[in-house]
Design a binder for this molecule. Sequence first.
Ligand SMILES: [Zn+2]
Length: 285
Amino acid sequence: MIIRRYFLALPALLAAAPSCARGPEGAPGAQPAAAAQPLRIGPEGLAQGGLAFGQATPGSRVTLDGKPVQVSPDGRFVLGFSRDAAPVARLAVTTPGRGTEQRELAITQREWDVQRLSGLPAAMVSPNARQLERINAERKRIATTRAVDSDLPYFTEPFIRPAPGRISGIYGSQRILNGEPRAPHLGLDIAAPTGTPALAMGSGRVLLAADLYFTGNTIILDHGHGVTTLYAHLSAMSVAEGQSVRQGQRIGATGATGRVTGPHLHLGVNWLTTALDPGPLLPPT
Ligand SMILES: [Zn+2]
């Protein structure tokens, strides 16, 4: 709810920026003396798995826990916090001629469910050497795809729901598959019958559209600044890698491909390689 309000407030916040904040050609660095803007971070109450937006003076350099963060020509940036993020994150914003502002961001620590799934095919829970080779190659491919830090401007756009349906699996759950502990579930599952249209949550570009071992037919969209959305187990894909998409555009249909116990849409939202909780980023039903 708070995040939604912040999203709505953001365009107003940007509209209030002085018009000289951007160079005449819109080129970064074209403006020698951008007007100073107070550093803003939202929403209030950052938590593990959360996404935050920032606004700084154009031309600023930003780091989070010492790692550089991309800043748009008009001073906008985005931050993400993992499922296991520490209670404090350190943000540093350096503005030309004005020094560095340090901020400690308090990250609320959450509690996670334990989810037990049984009756999965043995090959899906304990793959053989040949399957492992494929799985590892695909993991690398997904990680490389999610590490893309493009300058697309859609990362502040509020997301829409990709498909209607009940939430059947939540972010962060520890998974026990056929009695064996596995990596936590780092996405959100929406129960939807096979063939339900899957819609792009935001505008962007198709980074990946491929059939993968665990996630079946999988699409990853880039919304800019490392914000990506992933749609898994699709029965059909109607976009190709490199293609631009608009928010709400049909990109495929939900299904039951890959490692599943029934038809559903597995949804992932990432900030670079950090997997976020899609739940708070979806509009209320
Ligand atoms: Zn899932």
